[in-house]
Design a protein around this ligand. Structure first.
Ligand code: SF4
Length: 265
């Protein structure tokens, strides 16, 4: 059952895994609202480090304002999007649409949206710019609003930790709002850095530990705090089998192939 102090404690536990060697918990140091959106789009289904590479390529192509991005030729934008990973056509279409909607609905006034009251800004992002709630909340949170943005991965972690009884796969929107309300209540007030850290750390955990199909509970920093492995003890056996298969594959590739002994003539 969530308690007032639970989220900060969980965040500190996850931080021990990811905030090492000077790495920060937050996902990006970008704060410009337009570029936060391009960052999000390039990160959807991106391969490892693909999001960073593609976003750098977009900057080099001078696509840092909506007008500039719309001036990039389709072949060039496709090659930028390719650096993120597959689905480059879908990504570049979404980038054009995002830039075009901003140009069409608010142009240079886009930045001013983020000083408006949260409900007003969120409605504009969701309705006028056709961005989903997680996308809209990400822009709001990274530009300083006291909003805890979630995504599918964070929601999965939260659900397994017992933060909602609503199954995200059955009703994503309801589960999202339920978890968001509790996360915001458990977050220190007026501490945007905490929100960015918590969001980034739980996103990373949902990417490589609390995976959709077989969560890596035995290797999770939240193992002792999480009710999921107690309810699903089969994950330990399944994970041990997966680890053993992985070790066997690694050993097979590491050792030289065995040649048949030479037959004396
Ligand atoms: S213990 Fe397992 S289910 Fe719980 S957060 Fe960690 S990986 Fe996810």
């Amino acid at each position: 059952m969530p308690t007032a102090q639970r989220l900060p404690k969980l965040v500190e536990l996850v931080a021990k895994k990811y905030e090492v060697d000077g790495k920060k918990g937050e996902l990006t140091d970008i704060r410009d609202p337009f570029l936060l959106g391009t960052w999000m789009i390039l990160g959807e289904h991106a391969k490892k480090n693909g999001q960073i590479r593609a976003h750098e390529a977009l900057r080099r192509a001078k696509g840092i304002t909506p007008g500039q991005l719309l001036d990039i030729l389709p072949e060039k934008l496709n090659s930028v999007c390719q650096q993120a990973g597959p689905y480059e056509d879908a990504r570049s279409k979404k980038l054009y649409q995002y830039a075009d909607d901003i140009e069409d609905k608010c142009g240079k006034e886009f930045g001013k949206l983020f000083i408006k009251p949260i409900p007003e800004a969120r409605t504009f992002l969701e309705i006028d710019l056709r961005l989903g709630r997680p996308f809209a909340d990400f822009l709001l949170m990274y530009t300083g609003a006291p909003v805890f943005a979630l995504d599918g991965k964070i929601l999965r972690v939260a659900s397994r930790l017992g933060y909602t009884k609503i199954k995200p796969e059955k009703d994503f929107d309801k589960a999202y709002k339920d978890v968001q309300k509790t996360f915001e209540a458990e977050s220190p007030k007026k501490d945007n850095d905490f929100l960015l850290r918590a969001h980034g750390l739980l996103h990373r955990l949902g990417t490589d530990v609390c995976t959709a199909v077989l969560p890596h509970c035995p290797h999770c920093p939240l193992l002792k705090e999480c009710p999921y492995p107690k309810k699903h003890p089969e994950v330990f056996e399944a994970q041990a089998a997966a680890d053993a298969a992985k070790a066997e594959r690694a050993a097979r590739y590491a050792s030289p192939p065995q040649l048949p002994p030479k037959v004396a003539k």
